[in-house]
Design a protein around this ligand. Structure first.
Ligand SMILES: O=C(O)C(=O)C[C@]1(C(=O)O)C=C[C@@H](O)C=C1
Length: 119
């Protein structure tokens, strides 16, 4: 391959890389927005659980979610072990938020500032 052909080959490679990176950036943005929506829902779940004195974690529900996500991952040709680890990572964070919401609810309106707002 002469120098001109090598330069052209590299320019094509760079253009392909840029195009793929642009798709990756779009996908990452979608993932962030989807995660934000999920955490908005789980925040409401955490507040509901705290109000009704329900435990933060629900292992039976998690078992169903793991089985479903592993099946979906397999169908999508994504590593099911990775899908399970990703879900566990997200749920661990959710449970941390639920626990904080339960502590807030248990410490009552004074600690959360409601008494001041209501006065
Ligand atoms: O569905 C619930 O009960 C939740 O609290 C949500 C959620 C989740 O993030 O999907 C989090 C913790 C539970 O252990 C199970 C599921």
């Amino acid at each position: 391959m002469d120098q001109t052909a090598a330069d052209q080959d590299q320019a094509e490679g760079l253009a392909d890389l840029q195009s793929l990176r642009s798709s990756i950036d779009n996908i990452d943005a979608a993932l962030i927005h989807m995660l934000a929506e999920r955490f908005r829902c789980t925040k409401a779940v955490g507040e509901l659980k705290a109000r009704h004195a329900m435990p933060p974690a629900d292992p039976a529900r998690e078992a169903l979610q793991v089985a479903r996500l592993r099946r979906l991952a397999q169908e999508a040709r994504l590593d099911p072990d990775f899908a399970e680890k990703f879900l566990a990572f997200v749920i661990r964070e959710v449970i941390r938020h639920h626990e904080a919401a339960a502590i807030d609810a248990a410490s009552g309106p004074v600690a959360t500032g409601m008494a001041r707002r209501e006065a």
